[in-house]
Design a protein around this ligand. Structure first.
Ligand code: GLC
Length: 369
C-alpha cells in the first residue's frame, strides 16, 4: 500500500526473532556498531528510555510535531518521550487478556471466571471431565513475557513493583500471593510443566490446537484464533479481562505495544519519516487491526464500527498496568526479575525467597549500585 502511494520508495521487510529481548539485543549490537540499517525499526514500548539514553534512536520532534500526532491515544506520545524529546512514534498498542473456550464453559454450565481461584477451579473441572488436556496456558519462559504475566497477577493481588516515585515495594504479601499462584497453576496440573518454557507462540498454539481451556495473551491472538488455517477453535473462543483477587485491580492488563524508531545512522531519513507517517495513517491502522488484531493507536479508530464488529476487545474495560520502564535501566531490572520469577515457578526457590531476592536486586539496579 505504501509503495503504491509513494513511487520511488521501496520498503524491504526484515523479519525479526519473536522474543522482544532477542530483538532488543540485535538492535543494540547493530545500531551501536554504527550500522546504517535498518532505517526504521519497530521497538517495544519498554525501550524508549534505554534507546534514547544510549543514542540508539533519532530524536523525532521536528518530523512529528503535535499537529501530526494529536490523534494518538492519550499517553502514547508521553511513553515515547525521554527527557523532553520524542524518540519514537506509537504503532500499535497491546494489553493482556483472557481467552476462553466458550463452548466448553457452556457445556459444563460454568461462568466466565472473574477471580483466579475461580479460574483454577473451573479449569480443574474441565480437565477432570475430560473436556480438555490443559486448564490454562500462559507465558512462563524466562523472558520479558513472564514479567508481563507477573505484573498482571501482582496488580490483581493489589501489589506493585515500584511506586510512581521509584520506591521498590515488590517485597510484599501481594507479590508472594501472585507468585505462589503461578507456581500452584503448575503443581496442580492446571498448567503443563512446559509452560515454564512457553513464550506467546507456544501458549497460543496449545490453545489453537484445542488443548487448553484458558489462555493469557495479547489481542493479536483473537485474529489468529478466528483463522481456520491456523486454528481448530474458530467460533469457540471468548475474550474477557483477566481475573484478579479481592482487593486487587479489576481486569489487570499489562501495557504492551510497539513503536516506530529511526536509526540515527540512517541515510534515508526523509523516506523513513514518510513510511512512519503512512504506518500511523487511518488506513494502515485499520488494516493492521483487521488483519492482525492489533490495537490501533489512533483514538478515532476506537469508534470505527467495522473494527468494533470484528474484535471483542473494543467492548472490554481492562485496567492498564505499566511496567516500570521509565528508567533507562529497565532491561537490567527486568532481567533480575525474570530469573527470580522463573526460579519460583519451576520450584527452584520458594515464592517468598524469590520475591525477597528480586526486590533486593531491583533495589540495587534502581539505586545504581
Ligand atoms: C508483546 C508486547 C510487549 C511485551 C512482549 C512480551 O509483544 O507488546 O510490550 O514486552 O509482548 O513478550
Amino acid at each position: 500500500m505504501f509503495e503504491k502511494e509513494n513511487s520511488g520508495i521501496q520498503v524491504q521487510l526484515v523479519q525479526m526473532p519473536n522474543s522482544t529481548d532477542t530483538q532488543r539485543n540485535t538492535y543494540v549490537t547493530q545500531i551501536s556498531s554504527g550500522s546504517t540499517t535498518p532505517d526504521v525499526y519497530s521497538g517495544d514500548v519498554i525501550w524508549p528510555a534505554q534507546f534514547a539514553n544510549a543514542g540508539l534512536a533519532m530524536p523525532l520532534d521536528q518530523y512529528f510535531p503535535s499537529s501530526i500526532t494529536s490523534g494518538i491515544i492519550p499517553g502514547g506520545i508521553q511513553a515515547d518521550t525521554y527527557q523532553g524529546k520524542l524518540y519514537a512514534v506509537p504503532w500499535f498498542t497491546d494489553a493482556g487478556f483472557l481467552y476462553y473456550r466458550k463452548d466448553l464453559l457452556q457445556k459444563e454450565n460454568l461462568p466466565v471466571p472473574t477471580t483466579w481461584p475461580q479460574l483454577l477451579q473451573e479449569a480443574q473441572t474441565l480437565q477432570s471431565k475430560g473436556d480438555v488436556k490443559y486448564g490454562f496456558v500462559w507465558q512462563g519462559a524466562q523472558y520479558e513475557g513472564l514479567v508481563c504475566d507477573f505484573v498482571e497477577d501482582l496488580a490483581g493481588a493489589g501489589g506493585n513493583v515500584l511506586t510512581s516515585s521509584g520506591q521498590v515495594v515488590l517485597n510484599s504479601p501481594q507479590a508472594v500471593k501472585a507468585v505462589s499462584f503461578m507456581r500452584q497453576l503448575i503443581t496442580s496440573g492446571v498448567s503443563p510443566q512446559a509452560v515454564t518454557t512457553y513464550q506467546e507462540p507456544e501458549s497460543l498454539n496449545a490453545f489453537l490446537a484445542g488443548d487448553a481451556a484458558f489462555l493469557r495473551n495479547w489481542p493479536y491472538a483473537w485474529a489468529v484464533s478466528q483463522d481456520p488455517k491456523q486454528s481448530k477453535v474458530v467460533g469457540k473462543v471468548g475474550m474477557a479481562v483477566l481475573p484478579n483477587w479481592s482487593g486487587g485491580v479489576t481486569g489487570p492488563a499489562a501495557l504492551g505495544g510497539w513503536n516506530l524508531f529511526i536509526n540515527p545512522h540512517s541515510q534515508h531519513v526523509d523516506q523513513a519519516v514518510a513510511f512512519i507517517k503512512f504506518l500511523i495513517s487511518p488506513e494502515a491502522q485499520q488494516f493492521i487491526a483487521l488483519k492482525g488484531g492489533h490495537l490501533p493507536i489512533l483514538e478515532a479508530a476506537y469508534n470505527d464500527p467495522q473494527l468494533q464488529a470484528a474484535d471483542p476487545f473494543f467492548a472490554l474495560k481492562p485496567t492498564i498496568v505499566s511496567r516500570p520502564s521509565w528508567t533507562p535501566n529497565y532491561a537490567q531490572l527486568s532481567a533480575k526479575l525474570q530469573v527470580q520469577l522463573h526460579n519460583a515457578i519451576t520450584g527452584a526457590e520458594t515464592p517468598a525467597a524469590a520475591v525477597a531476592e528480586a526486590a533486593k536486586e531491583i533495589q540495587q539496579v534502581v539505586s545504581g549500585s
